[in-house]
Design a protein around this ligand. Structure first.
Ligand code: ADP
Ligand code: MG
Ligand code: ZN
Length: 622
């Protein structure tokens, strides 16, 4: 796919460049010409001039404001030398000259003086323009700069031989692909559809979390369709100046209509398409609103005639889009581009690992199993990390263990060998992690405990317990959520059981446990006391991603919610404590092993954890 910029003559900029060049030449000419072409007059200090006058060596002088030229006495027929000096403010000079019999006069104004005065008017504004342009270029970006204001910055992708992206490069989003194959069909053979009176859809909106391949899919459409493809990002419409964005939209559609059938792709549509009511609290954003209005107008406009222009757009925040964008006739088709499922992940890993050399032991399926919730971009990153690790370990091909190490890097952060813990801290961290692992081994819902490590990693983790899912889960039941909470509290509980005191290391665990418990009560309606009511409410406005706010509830209800949350967390805590107390010996055994080897995983860990006895079974024996 070749990318070329739209051939836009940036007229204003050309003119200003010419002016700049001319003024530069004038300036240079003014400085150098008199010296280049006029006689070379030696410069002397003023004191020498005065001395020469006093010695009566000077015949005549021409006194100007900035220069005094004077001629020395000649010898015989030869005229004397002409010298020049820069005057100081000296009121006595005329008297001195007269006294010494020097013939003197003021310098007549230079014939070229008018050029100087014209330049002094012309140059400063030009310099100003130059500075302005410099800054606008830096801000506005792009080779065309800001002085091509209003011109669309769209890039046109045309079908080319090199690096063409097709649907084969995208995996794990089969439904989206099916929809888009149809879009390609519309563009290639519109008659097939119009013949039976079907209206070709105008707008297709790709919706999905970041990194799931929306932009990639759009490029694949371009690669497959073989029609011009105008691509622009929503943020490029939004400019400082009111009216620029809408001018760009108008321009873009004008160009597109000329080249129909073609595709317009607007990436990050939410940058312009934000709901108009949602920012009313800030007094509105005129520029964005105008841009959006223009987009709506254009999308309504090009239906007339038989021009086939399909507008493709992508966003990861469909809920924030203005309702007017989504109504029939505009972006009436929404294509969900979701995170891939197990087989999708395997397919994506397959695509991306084609570029790297894989060792014989690679099992992509096993990697796909470990990575639910990963997006396509995450997986691409994972493959690359693994390849980097293999290169660092001086392997010739990527091994499975590189993938696992890369996975840990991605989920837990980089190893921080430099963070040295003292013996006591190390012990606490070890008990803490073994606590997580042992409780997690008994609880369903969190996945299988695959590794315990007390090698510090990432920003905050002093140690970590890695739980990997055995399958993709879309629904969790109440007991599984309670199990997750107990597992989160397992670390702190171990500290309590062993040391009778707790450290600051568990604060993140508590945060997550409490969040989970609160969601059980307020979002999932799992509390018997409060019933199946949703007490939280998704915020629609600018607070959007900052979490959910509670519905307006009575003080009693708020109190009841708090009580229920506390109840859930405390029950889980007791459960974790009991498990660890009953398995105290095992806790000691695993911890001393962990302190020795710093990492326990695989078979060994599995053998340890199968020995954990469930609490009720223990109490039944006792
Ligand atoms: P989005 O636009 O949805 O945020 P991108 O399309 O920019 O995501 O994806 C970023 C990169 O991640 C792509 O260039 C590609 O390498 C990889 N990627 C994402 N999704 C997929 C997928 N479904 N199949 C293959 N590669 C993918
Ligand atoms: Mg994108
Ligand atoms: Zn912990």
């Amino acid at each position: 796919m070749a990318i070329k910029d739209q051939p836009q003559p940036p007229r204003f900029r050309q003119i200003s460049n010419v002016l700049l060049l001319l003024s530069g030449l004038f300036l240079l000419a003014n400085i150098f010409l008199p010296n280049l072409f006029g006689p070379q007059i030696p410069q002397v200090p003023y004191s020498l001039f005065v001395h020469q006058v006093q010695e009566q060596d000077v015949v005549r002088a021409s006194v100007g404001q900035n220069e005094i030229r004077y001629q020395l006495k000649g010898e015989g027929d030869k005229p004397g030398q002409v010298l020049s000096t820069t005057p100081i403010f000296d009121l006595e000079l005329p008297k001195l000259l007269e006294a010494k019999g020097v013939e003197f006069a003021a310098t007549p104004p230079s014939k070229n003086g008018w050029i100087g005065s014209v330049l002094s008017w012309v140059i400063p504004p030009l310099i100003f323009v130059a500075i302005f342009q410099f800054f606008m270029n830096r801000n506005g970006g792009g080779p065309q700069g800001a002085l091509s204001i209003g011109k669309s910055k769209a890039k046109v992708y045309v079908e080319g031989e090199s690096a063409k992206i097709t649907f084969a490069d995208v995996a794990g989003v089969e439904e989206a692909k099916t929809e888009l194959v149809e879009v390609v069909e519309f563009l290639k053979t519109p008659d097939k559809y119009t013949a039976i009176g079907a209206r070709i859809p105008k707008g297709v909106l790709l919706v999905g979390p970041p990194g799931t391949g929306k932009t990639l899919l759009a490029k694949a459409v371009a690669g497959e369709a073989g029609v011009p493809f105008f691509s622009i990002s929503g943020s490029e419409f939004v400019e400082l100046f009111v009216g620029v964005g809408s001018a760009r939209v108008r321009d873009l559609f004008e160009q597109a209509k000329k080249q129909a059938p073609c595709i317009i792709f607007i990436d990050e549509l939410d940058a312009i398409g934000k709901s108009r009511s949602s920012n009313a609290s800030f007094g509105g954003n005129d520029e964005r609103e105008q841009t959006l209005n223009q987009l709506l107008t254009e999308m309504d406009g090009f239906a007339v005639g038989n021009t086939t222009v399909i507008v493709l757009a992508a966003t990861n925040r469909p809920e924030s889009l203005d309702a007017a964008l989504l109504r029939p006739g505009r972006f009436d088709r929404q294509v969900l581009v979701d995170r891939p499922d197990l087989s999708g992940r395997e397919a994506i890993l397959n695509i991306h690992s084609q570029k790297v050399k894989l060792g014989p032991d690679i099992d992509l399926k096993a990697i796909a199993t470990r990575t639910p919730g990963f997006s396509g971009a995450d997986l691409a990153n994972l493959v690359n990390e693994a390849a980097l690790l293999a290169a660092r370990n001086k392997r010739l091909a990527v091994a499975q263990e590189d993938f696992f190490e890369a996975f840990e890097r991605v989920v837990a952060g980089l190893e921080k060998k430099s963070r040295v813990l003292n013996e006591k801290e190390k012990k606490i961290v070890a008990y803490h992690e073994v606590g997580h692992a042992m409780v997690g081994a008994l609880m369903t819902g969190g996945g299988e405990v695959a590794k315990i490590s007390i090698v510090p990693r990432g920003m905050a983790a002093l140690g970590y317990t890695l739980q990997v899912p055995t399958e993709d889960r879309f629904l969790l039941d109440e007991s599984e959520l309670r199990g997750q909470i107990a597992t989160l509290l397992g670390g702190r509980s171990a500290e309590e059981v062993v040391f009778g005191s707790i450290t600051t290391g568990a604060s993140n665990d508590l945060q997550r446990a409490t969040d989970l418990a609160e969601r059980m009560v307020t979002t999932y309606g799992m509390s018997k006391v409060l019933g199946p009511l949703a007490y939280d409410r998704a915020q629609q406005s600018f607070l959007g991603e900052m979490g959910n706010a509670r519905r307006a509830v009575s003080a009693q209800t708020a109190e009841a919610i708090d009580k229920e949350v506390k109840e859930i967390v405390e029950t889980a805590h007791t459960q974790a404590l009991n498990i660890l107390k009953e398995n105290r010996e095992l806790l000691e055994t695993i911890t001393s092993q962990l302190l020795e080897t710093e990492v326990i995983e695989g078979e060994k860990l599995h053998n340890f954890l199968t020995q954990v006895k469930p609490v009720d079974q223990v109490s039944a024996v006792v």
